[in-house]
Structures are given as structure tokens and as C-alpha cells.
Ligand binder design. Sequence first.
Ligand code: HEM
Length: 534
Amino acid sequence: VNGDKKKQSSSSSSRNVFDNASNLLTNLLSGGSLGNMPIAEGAVTDLFDRPLFFSLYDWFLEHGSVYKLAFGPKAFVVVSDPIVARHILRENAFSYDKGVLADILEPIMGKGLIPADLETWKQRRRVIAPGFHTSYLEAMVKLFTSCSERTVLKIDKLLEGEGYSGQKSIELDLEAEFSNLALDIIGLGVFNYDFGSVTNESPVIKAVYGTLFEAEHRSTFYIPYWKFPLARWIVPRQRKFQDDLKVINTCLDGLIRNAKESREETDVEKLQQRDYSNLKDASLLRFLVDMRGVDVDDRQLRDDLMTMLIAGHETTAAVLTWAVFLLAQNPDKMKKAQAEVDSVLGTGKPTFELLKKLQYIRLIVVEALRLYPQPPLLIRRSLKSDVLPGGHKGDKDGYTIPAGTDVFISVYNLHRSPYFWDRPDDFEPERFLVENKNEEIEGWAGFDPSRSPGALYPNEIISDFAFLPFGGGPRKCVGDQFALMESTVALTMLLQNFDVELKGTPESVELVTGATIHTKNGLWCNLRKRSFAH
Ligand code: HEM
């Protein structure tokens, strides 16, 4: 599987850049006037040798935090301002839909939350969001720990093969390991299915990676040729995609049937009281079936599960990948993180309560998300004309955008904006502890922890939309706490057990993007067992 995945990533990487460029060029075909908005007219060559979001950043510095990206008559509005992002995502959220993204994801996720039309989304969000309550998350932390333990054991075994003791080290692609770990966790946590991908290969696992690969291909290839009649039969990759979908759907249908048949009143009572203590199956599917009764539509349930499988897998794996990449370049911070783990856990395991004490690890996770947001762009299309608020200085007047305008909210630009962050490109987890009052910017409140008391992780509320790793407003990620706690546990257990160094130079780790930012050829590291952990 890992081999397949790597081959797929590297073969897609060179195409991604070309695809991004061709997307933009194809978009020349329709357009709209955006008044006096600054225009970035990129040369196509800008797009050929690197991912699109890098160019969007350069144009942001040149043209300001709301600009029109024009490659001919078609335009995208690129937003890199927290106040404008807040307006689109929260204040006027229902004047926008997911535009191109929904077109791409609908064949895979159906009416799942991400591409769903407003009516379906309202119904399903109301049902799904309560499933992520605190008792569920507590049960999930146990799952994160046991799954991470499997990864640790696997690495231990590989080290044993090398003679294990003392100084022996092994080379490992940690991105592939994180991907397997995140797949196992999402399968068990969302539908109580053990992919066992840390230790196995299976047709279902292959199908999941195949589907992810296709989702990535579609998100970077604008001409939706897969919609042409017969394409699904004629184009080999589309045939393979249909086969992969069938494998996953059959698996999910079986799990849904099983969950319905095994519904027990005693479990329903426990779930109603949020009592997860003796539940054999704490998955979200159990919650959705038990709380709503067996008459919930199977197709809708399947779409919901598929959406969470895709949304929660590579994203989390990417956070862990970049956290390790950053730590490996900052040995002092690595030591500080390991010292925290040692003092909080010793040789013990992370628990829900102990996460509260692992502050530095939590900040490393969010700092990795700041520098490498997943996905780097949020995509919207205006359903009616809208007046954007004035952003920070220079964009004070605001702009009117017509219905049908495609908008990219560049989370990458927001997270590395020199207007809001000191030394924005530096890896500095400690920055979240400093209140950031930027008074020059109208409407900008800076980091203010009192806005979100008790929050374990910095979020878009505390930062007033300058930091939005999970989006914001009604369409905000439903699995944010799940993902943050999962990443914290997995990173903690890795650092508790191993010393990690990059195998090559940081520059040799090339990045590519699809839906997430990932590496071109894996994150190859040298791992050595820590003596403390023996
Ligand atoms: C939505 C990021 C993990 C399920 C989103 C959005 C972002 C995001 C930015 C908003 C998209 C938009 O506004 O267009 C992430 C990141 C993750 C992560 C960075 C990991 C670090 C998860 C997990 C799950 C999940 C673990 C499920 C268990 C969803 C769903 C939505 C969503 C269902 C759609 C919500 C809606 O429209 O109501 N995610 N996500 N995500 N995410 Fe996540």
C-alpha cells in the first residue's frame, strides 16, 4: 500500500502543477467584473514549477489581502484577510456554497456534509455534530492510544530486527506510517471497522487509497471529463475508481446493516446518558444508528461515513508529518517536547485528562497546522451578490462581488500573514501563549483567550479568524477536537519512544498539494529507541 501510495503521489506531483495551471486557464471561459479590486495577472509560468498556493502568497504581498486572480476573463477572488474570511464563513455563510469543490466531491461523498446542499446539510449536521461530544472524545482518546501503540510496537519490531539495543536506528517513511495510523483510527472511531493497515494490506485499504488519489486528481483537474457519458467505462482510471468505490461502499453497507441489526436498547440508554464506560462499540456509526433509530436512510448514512473517512484521514496524517518535519529541524524544541512528555507521562500512556497537561505538544500540533494548513485553500461560490467588508488597512472600502463569484480563502496566506504574525515562517509553538494585540488593524482583536475560555487548543474564535485550521462558522470542521486530540496522542507516543531525525536535508523533502499538503517522496527519518522508554 505504501509503495502504491508513494508512486501515486510522485506521479501526480508533476501533473498537479500542470493541472492547477490548466484549471485556471480553463476558467478563462466565463468571467465577471469585480470593480476596482486589484488584479493579479499571473504568467502561466508562475504556476508550472510550484504549487498554486505559493504563487497566491506572493500575489497577496504584492496586491493586498483581497485581489482578483485573472488569467483572462475568468476571475477568482483570493481572500487573505481575517475580517473578510469571517464575513464569508460566518456572518454571511449561507450566501455561499462550496462551488467547484462540491462538483468534484459529490460523486465520492454523495450528500455527505462537505458537498451537501443546504437542506441536507442542515438536517445531517444537526444529527452528526452531537456525536462528537466529550464522552465520545474521551472514549476516542483510549482508541488513539491503543492504535498509536500498534505503530510503536511495529517500529520496535523493525528495530529488533536491527539488533534493537542502544544505538541501532532504522530508516522509515513516517508519512506512510502516519497515514496507516490515521486510517486505522478513522475506521474504528467512525464505523468500528479495523482496517489494520499499520500491519496489513487489504483490498479495502487499497480501495481507500485509490479513492483518495482520485479525489486529489479531481481537485486539481478542472475539466470534469469524468462526467462525460461513458467516461466511467472507457477511461481506465475512472473504471478503477468505480471499482474502488464499489469495494468501499460494499464494506460500509455491511457495517451499516450490522449496526442496525445489532442495535440494543441497553446501548441506546447508555448512549442517551453519554455513558461510554462499558460500550463495546463506541463508534460514531453506533451513535447515529442508536440515537436515530433504524429507519435512518442507508444511503445517507453511507455518504456520511464516506465523507468522514476521506475528510479525517489524510488531513490528520499530514499534520503529524509536518509536525515531525518541523521538530526535526528544531532540536531544542524537540528536546523541550520530549521533556514535557517524560515529565507528564514517564513511561505511562496518554489519557484524556493528561492531554490537558501536554500543553507544548498541543501547541506543536497547532503550529504545524498554522504553517501547513490542510487544505491550504477554502473554496466558496457566492449564491447572490455580496458586499465584502473592508479588511485591514489598504482594503478599507470593501468590494462588491456578483453572484457566481468563485472565492478562494487562502488559509495559507492568513496563517503566514506578515500583518498578523511575528516572523510568520518560523516554527514557534510558544507564539500562541503571547497575546497578540495588533491595534493598527481595524476590527482585529488579536489573540484573546477569554473569547473561548476552556479551549484546549487555539482556534479561530480566540484569533478572530486569523488562525482557522478547521475553517469557521456553520461549516466548520465537525471533527476538529477528534483530530487535534488524535494528533496530540500520536505525536506524544512517538516522541516518548523514539528519537527522530530527518534522513536527508529539509530541502530534499519536496512538497506537493492536492486536497492536503504532503511530501513528494515520503518523510524519511532515522528512528532510534529512546533509552528512557525501555
Ligand atoms: C470540514 C479541516 C479532520 C470531518 C473541514 C473544514 C476544514 C477541515 C478546514 C472546513 C472546510 C470548508 O469550510 O470548506 C480538517 C483538518 C483535520 C480534519 C485540518 C485534521 C487535522 C477531520 C476529522 C473528521 C472531519 C477527523 C471526522 C471524523 C469533517 C467534516 C467536515 C469537515 C464532516 C464538513 C463539515 C460541514 O460542512 O458541516 N475540515 N479536518 N475532519 N471536516 Fe475536517
